[in-house]
Design a protein around this ligand. Structure first.
Ligand code: HEC
Length: 126
């Protein structure tokens, strides 16, 4: 446990795996994931506990929101997730990635991966 905490600290601390807030539900929704705050919190908990045994955890912005479902699908067997757990992890990572891209565009201009589907609600994505 201490070693895992140190590893996380080395990659930017808990901020890299942010806690979901009420706004996270909206971010998830904008990216096609209908969810609740408790589910997102569960997803984060599962991500920390079930996805860190084989490799370091990636920050949610490692992938664009639209790319997480496929990745979690690929890793769900590795982590022995039930369908519900897989959904929670997916929804957490999608929403946290969308939140990261929404706020990191100033700090990190031109980050090539900023996805169109994090555009403000109401903006046409096509
Ligand atoms: C049993 C071991 C194991 C567990 C548990 C596991 N992974 Fe992985 N993961 C791997 C291996 C091996 C790779 C590299 C090969 C590959 O990409 O399939 C990988 C690669 C990845 C990558 C790509 C990293 C890169 O640098 O390209 C991501 C993202 C990822 N895993 C996410 C997750 C998530 C999310 C979970 C939990 C649902 C998880 N992993 C659980 C073994 C695991």
């Amino acid at each position: 446990m201490a070693a895992a905490a140190l590893l996380l600290a080395a990659c930017g601390g808990a901020a890299a795996i942010p806690n979901p807030t009420a706004k996270s539900v909206e971010y998830a929704q904008r990216n096609g994931q209908v969810t609740t705050l408790p589910t997102l919190k569960l997803g984060r908990k599962l991500y920390l506990s079930r996805c860190s045994s084989c490799h370091n955890l990636k920050a949610p912005k490692f992938l664009a929101p639209r790319d997480w479902p496929e990745m979690v699908e690929r890793m769900a067997g590795n982590a022995q997730l039930t369908a519900d757990q897989q959904r929670a992890v997916t929804q957490y990572l999608v929403s946290a990635s969308a939140a990261a891209y929404d706020t990191s565009s100033v700090a990190n201009p031109g980050a090539g991966k900023a996805p169109a589907d994090t555009a403000p609600a109401g903006t046409p994505v096509h």
